[in-house]
Design a binder for this molecule. Structure first.
Ligand code: FAD
Length: 492
């Protein structure tokens, strides 16, 4: 059998799978609907500014190192550990919390509000660390061929972790900390999974171990898009062609195999195996017309929230702003309970600000700053009309100006806004849901759309809505699991 593989989508999942396979001697080609690679890990260059569009840092750097080793290359980008990790400011207090990995420095931040912070945090991290160690290899980094095999594996996990199965992230955190400040800051990471601490399982408190203990967070020198540029270079060296502006909209099948994929112009693309990096549920429903994923079924699945993101270039320096900053209000629980579904919460939004130019001078003209805002919002299942985007953005900029003690409204010289409408349009994300399918217990492991198609034996999936889930390190792990599937298909 010819070892020809066509990868549909040049997101991180597609790029890393393509490189893994090319390095194993496969004849790989990529097609991508947009005119540049990266998917959500993308970049806007405008008015002399450079902005990362989605991810602004990553965890589990060892997954990137392992990927480079598997491919026999030097990692084609440079990453820098974040220390401190980030800052958090509440609207009802002038204090800005700085989050350190060093437990004593971290405890000092909470000295006033949570006097026994160190002991409590060590106890909490002890549990989340054990949970991580007992699950990462056998559950997160494994392929499952059936629900039964998955359930048997879960039964092998140390039963000491059973209580977290019955709790939410918030309940676990609330049980360990007393002050609202510690509870809110420690549970903030659940938002990184695209939902809230109130509807995310306590199983994911293992992320706290990853965040504060095991490795922390990393930035990429020159901006996150350097990851994509580096991978594209490596793919070129390995002889992989990327075809841009090509969107797959149809297919032909025969005898349990896909024989052709068809693009928006009617052009036919053939290979002996296909790796789909487009959303694993959406592609099955909208392109492969599977009943289990038809519109009414997609609608019933649990999707992550949308993001309102905007990218502004400011004339003048903002030395008081850190690289990674969270700005929270004073009604965390009420806000979190409503943010997924109720557009009216946008009057007083919570948001994250990334200032890329803080450590990367060349990302903004001299004397200017490049700022990227992320605000969790309802996806288009709950808010279709985004005509009010300018009003929401203005309210965030005004709040930000107050919080940093410097009015930037008159100094904005570049502005780009993405609502869930743009996120859907550019990357085929269902209803603009930023991270794809949520990590609800019935949508993870063997319950998530599999990375091996159920009807066509030469079709595989990689990326956020298949296993293991969303986030950059997960895309890299996903590529490893998918490459294994492809190699098995070719009996290797
Ligand atoms: C605002 C935001 C902030 C984030 N921040 C972080 C962060 O700080 N750290 C982190 O680790 N993660 C973060 N994430 C998550 C991370 O970006 C994603 O989990 C990851 O990039 C997903 O990669 P992927 O390969 O699965 O999919 P994608 O990046 O979506 O790639 C899929 C590709 O397929 C293409 N495609 C889709 N359909 C077709 C088709 N029919 N034909 C051809 N091509 C097609 C798309 O255009 C896209 O290029 C963030 C996400 C968002 C939206």
């Amino acid at each position: 059998m010819e070892k020809e593989v066509l990868v549909v989508g040049a997101g991180l999942g597609g790029l890393t799978t393509a490189l893994r396979l090319a390095k194993k001697g496969y004849d790989v080609e990529i097609i991508e609907k947009n005119n540049q690679a990266g998917g959500r890990l993308n970049q806007i260059k405008k008015d002399g500014f450079t902005f990362d569009t989605g991810p602004s840092f990553f965890s589990m750097s060892y997954e990137f190192k392992e990927f480079a080793k598997d491919c026999g290359i030097e990692l084609p980008f440079e990453f820098i550990e974040l220390d401190p990790l980030y800052t958090v400011n509440f609207s009802d207090s002038p204090k800005t919390y700085t989050l350190y990995k060093d437990i004593d420095k971290l405890a000092a931040e909470f000295a006033e509000k949570e006097p026994d912070f160190k002991e409590k945090m060590l106890k909490y991290l002890g549990k989340s660390g054990a949970l991580y160690n007992d699950t990462v290899d056998i559950v997160i980094k494994s392929n499952f061929d059936s629900v039964l095999q998955y359930l048997i594996t879960l039964m092998k996990v140390n039963p000491v972790h059973l209580p977290v199965l019955l709790k939410t992230f918030w309940q676990q955190v609330e049980q360990h900390f007393d002050s609202k400040e510690a509870q809110q800051i420690i549970s903030l990471i659940a938002f990184f999974l695209g939902r809230t601490p109130f509807d995310t399982s306590a199983v994911y408190t293992l992320l706290s171990h990853i965040e504060f203990r095991h490795d922390g967070y990393y930035n990429v020198k020159g901006g996150m898009y350097k990851i994509v540029e580096g991978l594209v270079d490596e793919l070129k060296k390995a002889g992989v062609k990327i075809n841009y502006g090509v969107e797959i909209t149809g297919f032909k099948q025969k005898d349990g195999k896909i024989t052709k994929l068809i693009d928006q112009t009617g052009k036919v693309w053939t290979a002996s195996a296909y790796v789909i990096n487009a959303d694993a549920a959406v592609f099955r429903g909208r392109v492969l017309n599977k009943r289990k994923y038809r519109e009414s079924k997609l609608r019933k699945m649990k999707w992550t929230m949308g993001y309102l993101t905007f990218y502004i270039g400011v004339k003048g320096k903002l030395p008081q702003v850190n690289h990674h900053n969270y700005f929270l209000g004073s009604n965390y629980k009420d806000y979190a309970l409503k943010v997924l579904k109720q557009p009216d919460t946008l009057e007083k939004p919570y948001y994250y600000v990334n200032m890329l130019s803080k450590h990367n001078d060349d990302c903004a003209p001299e004397g200017c700053e490049s700022l990227f805002f992320v605000c969790p919002v309802p996806n288009m299942l709950y808010k279709k009309n985004w005509d009010d985007k300018d009003k929401i953005v203005d309210s965030i900029i005004s709040d930000f100006s107050k919080r940093i003690g410097q009015d930037i409204t008159g100094s904005i010289i570049s502005k780009t806004i993405y609502t869930p409408v743009e996120w859907e349009k550019y990357f085929n994300l269902y209803m603009g849901s930023g991270l794809g399918l949520s990590h609800h217990m019935m949508q993870i492991g063997a319950f998530r759309p599999a990375n091996k198609d159920e009807d066509y034996n030469n079709v595989f999936y990689v990326g956020a809505s298949t296993v293991p889930g969303a986030g950059l390190p997960m895309a890299v792990i996903s590529s490893k699991l998918t490459a294994e599937r492809v190699k098995n298909h070719f009996n290797e």
